[in-house]
Design a protein around this ligand. Structure first.
Ligand code: NAP
Length: 310
């Protein structure tokens, strides 16, 4: 018998995902009808993104799991109508994209690229940037994305410190956890990269106190989520000269309103939540594998812990 899989995302995504999902279902032996509009009581699995507008899961009486298309789940994790297992996206394409974005922006600041790109002013600057080994980087969040970015930066020669909720052991990365671990991780960071999920625990991780622990001249790179940073504290630290620059991909309000101070600030780079995106072909295989698992009675991959919020 065929399964019914509802594609509950923005309709504009349908053309990107329809073929890859159907191909992946075939490759993983999943017999399923994929649709944009299926009767809720007949849906077995939901491929989900918040833009779908589905907010009430009560009518989905036979649905076995909700499979999130994105890595972040803050828009669905607190939904009380959702009683089925919720899996988030861990996708090799998304991870590779984040590694590229994070290393690119880290190298931009490390090499002081802006000075030479913008400063075509006839001045023969002979400053020599330090090598990566002299530029400690801290990554807040050592999950799928934080670890991959950390490993790439280690391979480039950066001393990398990572911080997570539970203690990790990752080759080449000085792993820390807990409040004291955060203080130590910040104290050495010439560049700090935020790859935490947005939960009630992580909101304002980079507040005025945390920012004050960063060394003078540190750079903040945030591809995680906007609420991880206290915006006013960040602006104050940039204005006072304590921080050198902030590269921000994510914001409390998105799109970032045109009047927001970040747009015009000379020490802020805004990118439009494009650090990395789920890639249809590789993500479709993750979804198909999870449906295969669900049907085989095997545990789902990448299950969200609803009590932790990620
Ligand atoms: P993940 O695998 O769930 O990893 C999350 C990491 O954060 C884990 O190391 C976790 O610690 C840590 N963490 C969670 N709560 C914490 C706390 N209270 N204190 C300290 N550490 C805490 O997530 P991921 O796949 O790496 O993704 C991370 C985030 O990146 C997503 O949630 C999303 O917000 C963001 N993202 C952004 C983009 C973009 O384009 N800008 C794209 C994709 C994802 P444990 O290891 O101990 O659990």
């Amino acid at each position: 018998m065929s399964l019914n899989v509802l594609f509950a995302a923005s309709p504009s995504r349908w053309s990107q995902y329809e073929a890859p999902l159907n191909e992946a279902f075939k490759a993983f032996g999943v017999k399923a009808v994929l649709g944009l509009d299926l009767p809720p009581e007949e849906v077995d699995y939901i491929v989900y993104a918040p833009q779908s507008g589905v907010t009430d899961f009560t009518p989905f009486t036979r649905t076995k799991a909700v499979l999130n298309l994105w890595a972040g789940v803050e828009n669905i994790v607190t939904n009380d109508t959702l009683t089925q297992p919720l899996a988030r996206m861990v996708d090799e394409g998304l991870t590779q994209g984040m590694v590229e974005w994070v290393t690119g922006h880290t190298l931009r600041h490390h090499l002081n690229t802006d000075l030479h790109v913008k400063g075509q002013d006839g001045i023969w600057r002979d400053d020599v940037p330090p090598l990566a080994g002299d530029r400690p980087v801290t990554i807040l969040g050592l999950g799928a994305l934080g670890q991959a970015c950390g490993k790439a930066l280690v391979d480039l020669g950066f001393p990398v410190t990572g911080w997570s909720r539970t203690q990790k052991d990752v080759a080449g990365i000085a792993c820390m956890s807990g409040k004291e671990g955060l203080e130590r991780a910040l104290a050495t960071a010439r560049i700090v990269i935020l790859l935490l999920p947005h939960t009630s625990e992580t909101e304002n991780t980079l507040d005025a106190q945390a920012i004050a622990r960063l060394p003078q001249g540190a750079v903040v790179i945030n591809p995680g989520r906007g609420p991880l940073i206290d915006d006013d504290a960040l602006l104050a630290a940039l204005d006072s000269g304590h921080l050198d620059h902030a590269t921000l991909d994510v914001f409390r309000t998105e799109p970032l309103p045109p009047e927001h101070a970040f747009w015009a600030h000379p020490k802020v780079t805004v990118t439009p939540h494009k650090a990395s995106e789920t890639r249809p072909c590789s993500a479709a295989r993750v979804i198909a594998e999870n449906i295969r698992r669900g049907e085989a009675g095997e545990p789902f991959l990448h299950l969200v812990d609803r009590s932790l919020g990620y």
